[in-house]
Design a protein around this ligand. Structure first.
Ligand SMILES: [Mn+2]
Length: 230
């Protein structure tokens, strides 16, 4: 049995299907997304429908899903890409999506690796990590930077490898592997780079090319169209 762990999908449905096909997943294999299923790309609804209601397809909670949830509870506000998705989806499906986001975990511990969307604080047990650290929210990243002054992934020191998404750290769409221990696999698909998955238990990296700089195009559209960006 294989597990494909996939980085930030951000509504890139065509690339998701291509990646799953390229990885050769069978019906009894597992697909686990690191979160940020939605926003910025063109197919947030299709990506959600791919995951919702399938027990072999799971996702963690990304900072984007967390922001949708917080805004739903009037504890935060939506950014431009999130307002677009909320407008795109029907009211009923958006409510279903929110209910789905409520079920998403902040981390997952597999036999081979620990999975998080954003960051991990060194020497703190998984159960005691802060939600804004695990999702890589701005407050969590600031907390880590103020406290440690070094990127979190340089400080990871556990026995188990860690797989994270959240930032295209290379800025070129290339996954980064730090000391054979931390696998950073957000490769900026919504910015026209790549969608990357890590196939377990072999730790084999698989990428497919993005078909467009979707978020760049969407932002351009908002300058000439009817949307207003802040
Ligand atoms: Mn992201």
């Amino acid at each position: 049995m294989k597990t494909l762990v996939v980085g930030d999908i951000h509504g890139c449905h065509a690339e998701l299907l291509e990646l799953v096909e390229k990885a050769g997943l069978n019906l009894d294999d597992h697909l686990i997304a690191l979160g940020d299923l939605v926003d910025r790309g063109p197919g947030s609804e299709a990506v959600l429908r791919h995951f919702m209601g399938h027990n072999r397809r799971r996702s963690l909670l990304g900072n984007h899903e967390r922001k949708h949830l917080l805004a739903w509870k009037h504890e935060g506000s939506l950014s431009a890409s999130q307002r677009m998705v909320k407008e795109e989806l029907s009211e009923a499906f958006y409510a279903e999506a929110i209910a789905y986001f409520e079920t998403l975990p902040l981390f997952s511990e597999l036999p081979e690796a620990i999975l998080v969307h954003g960051c991990l604080e060194p020497n703190v047990a998984l159960e005691h990590q802060q939600a804004d650290v695990l999702t890589g929210s701005m407050s969590g990243e600031k907390y880590l930077y103020d406290r440690y002054g070094e990127p979190w992934y340089q400080l990871v020191d556990g026995d188990k490898p860690v797989v994270a998404g959240h930032h295209d750290y290379s800025k070129t769409g290339t996954p980064l592997v730090i000391k054979d221990k931390v696998f950073l696999i957000d490769t900026g698909c919504c910015y026209g780079h790549q969608l990357t998955g890590l196939l377990l238990p072999d730790f084999k990296m698989i990428s497919v090319k993005s078909r467009a700089n979707y978020w760049g195009l969407a932002r351009q559209g908002t300058k000439t169209g009817s949307h207003c960006l802040p």
